[in-house]
Ligand binder design. Structure first.
Ligand SMILES: [Zn+2]
Length: 577
């Protein structure tokens, strides 16, 4: 007898995405959609025994930067190794459309600078067979993918497209510029953009050091674009802001008005600062909550752990990169570097240089401060105790931090990474992340999958949410059912995707079968597989026994199958009835 269902997952512990306690049952998928949840009687063309395993909706990661990768790579790794079945790209105002032929290099420099994606890889990988945002979407859609992908219109590209050099130089947009941006935004939403993104942070610069084009966009310009979304009747806004230009109150009033006038949902990056106001996030979240309680659709986008950089001999930076002795070996292959660094004469040269204060990297008091630098380890530890900092360990050992860190860099044949949190770790713990995860006006994000590939590896936020906050942390843990809701239904709703994130009949047939006992974030590794031999940090996970997209298994125990059912998601999706 022919099977009644395409796929049946049997006897799992189902966390259906609604937030309740997981319950035992089966899930059947037919024609790429959830057909039945509970007791499934008919057989499946394919069946997965999920006894003792957690069955969840596919996860939705709303903050990634696969804008380049998605045009040349069928695999949206590392995100798709973390149970993610839908990624949203085009965040932080950077991306590759719309674009004039003459501006290709400019957008590459912007992406290389803001998101640390190697320019050579982008030059070789991008085919530029598009001009408009709609044509870019067609280019993405023409590549088969492992998981679904949605795109946002990036302000940086839009501004340069409309204003040319004036846009790149941060000049104010005139009335006709704004009218064009509004019309092009409407076009992009109608072509299938999920929203629009913009950056107002000085931390985002092109590789040449110029500020990101959208940095000083006026309220009028942003409002024109938001009204372009309103004209189309769809689209969300993603924004990152420093909140200091011209002053925080003005900035907040502008954002509030943007949402009040356009009625388009907006999410704003939120993290605990390591600067003078570690409680600033609380103030901003309060403002967001007030606005939300008045019916304005604003959410804070948050992370489940410190946002930090990885330092190592293979990465973009390490504590010795400014030293003349290190510069001599900087371009050498890793094995050669390690061999030279084990030489005691070379070591003495480096350590002697590190004694000279002026040789210390300008970041030595920031992201390369020994007081906030930790051995990442394997399994990686993202909430390390203060006493385990490089500075503290060196002091106990009676050695200088530079001397101490020298050996740490050589661990694992030079493949070890040190972790330097630069946000969300002001107080050497993640208590505040727990508050954010549990806050109704926060949504999970900020993982930056596909970006910062020589420096940051945070696409693994998704798995960490479950391992650390659902299972491992000594205090402040959440129910697994709640966390699943946070990373599936809540994230999907935040970008207008109402057809996924829940295991209920009619929803998209995206799910994970997870062995919770084995679920773990792997240590990051450097891979040399970008176009033009570019390197990128990759970080997988243990414990995802199956990841299913539209009813097809795309990963089985971390191994890719040959199925590539992932699709470009064009625009917001209605709740299936
Ligand atoms: Zn980003």
């Amino acid at each position: 007898m022919a099977a009644e269902h395409d796929l049946v997952v049997r006897n799992g512990e189902i966390a259906d995405g609604k937030g309740g306690t997981p319950f035992q049952g089966d899930v059947a998928i037919v024609g790429g959609k959830i057909a039945q949840v509970g007791k499934v009687t008919g057989s499946g063309h394919e069946e997965i025994d999920a006894r003792g395993k957690l069955v969840t909706p596919g996860f939705v990661d709303i903050h990634t930067h696969y804008d380049g990768q998605a045009t040349w790579d069928s695999r949206l790794n590392p995100s798709s190794w973390h149970g993610v079945t839908t990624v949203v790209m085009g965040n932080c105002g950077v991306g590759f459309a719309p674009v004039h032929t003459t501006d290709h290099d400019r957008l590459i420099e912007l992406m290389e600078g803001v998101e640390d994606i190697p320019g050579a890889a982008l030059h070789e990988g991008l085919r530029w067979n598009w001009e408009s945002f709609g044509e870019y979407l067609d280019a993405v859609a023409s590549v088969p993918h492992d998981i679904d992908i949605g795109a946002q219109l990036p302000h940086g590209a839009l501004r340069v497209y409309v204003m040319g050099e004036r846009g790149a130089r941060l000049e104010p947009a005139n009335d006709s510029d704004m009218a064009r941006m509004r019309a092009l935004s409407t076009d992009a939403m109608r072509a299938g953009a999920l929203g629009f993104s913009t950056s107002r942070t000085l931390n985002h610069r092109t590789v040449k050091g110029d500020p990101t084009p959208s940095l000083k966009a006026t309220a009028a310009e942003l409002l024109a674009i938001a009204q372009g979304l309103s004209d189309a009747g769809t689209g969300v806004i993603e924004m990152i802001s420093d909140f200091n230009d011209p002053d925080p109150a003005t900035e907040w009033a502008m954002i509030r008005n943007l949402v009040a006038t356009s009625r388009r949902p907006l999410s704003l990056s939120l993290a605990q600062s390591h600067g003078h106001s570690p409680d600033g996030w609380r103030f901003l979240l309060g403002l967001i909550s007030n606005a939300a309680s008045e019916g304005l659709p604003i959410k804070a986008q948050v992370a489940p752990r410190p946002i930090g950089v990885l330092l190592g001999l293979q990465g973009t930076i390490n504590p010795f990169i400014t030293h003349a002795a290190f510069m001599e070996i900087r371009e050498k292959p890793l094995a050669e570097k390690v061999r030279i660094m084990r030489d005691s004469t070379f070591r003495a040269r480096i350590l002697e240089e590190s004694e000279q204060r002026e040789k210390r990297h300008p970041l030595a008091r920031g992201i390369m401060a020994f007081e906030r630098m930790f051995r990442l380890g394997n399994p990686p530890n993202y909430e390390p105790a203060k006493e385990t900092s490089v500075a503290a360990m060196a002091e106990r050992a009676g050695r200088s931090p530079a001397d101490f860190v020298y050996d740490l860099l050589l661990e694992n044949e030079g493949r070890a990474f040190l972790f330097s949190p630069f946000a969300n770790f002001a107080e050497y713990n993640l208590d505040h992340c727990g508050e954010m995860i549990g806050h109704a006006d926060c949504v999970m994000g900020l993982g930056d999958g596909g970006a910062h590939v020589g420096l940051i590896s945070d696409a693994s936020f998704v798995t960490y949410l479950f391992t650390h906050w659902g299972r491992d942390r000594a205090k402040g843990r959440f129910d697994m059912g709640y966390l699943v809701k946070r990373q599936a239904a809540d994230t999907a709703r935040a970008v207008g995707l109402n057809d996924r994130g829940l295991l209920v009949p009619g929803m998209k047939g995206d799910l994970n079968v997870i062995d919770l006992d084995r679920l773990a974030v792997k240590a990051p590794v450097m891979a040399y597989d970008l176009p033009a031999g570019g390197k990128r940090l990759l970080q997988g996970a243990h414990g995802y026994e199956a990841t299913v997209v539209s009813g097809e298994v795309v990963y089985r125990d971390g191994e890719a199958t040959r199925a590539l059912p992932g699709k470009l998601v064009r625009g917001a999706q209605a709740t299936p009835n």
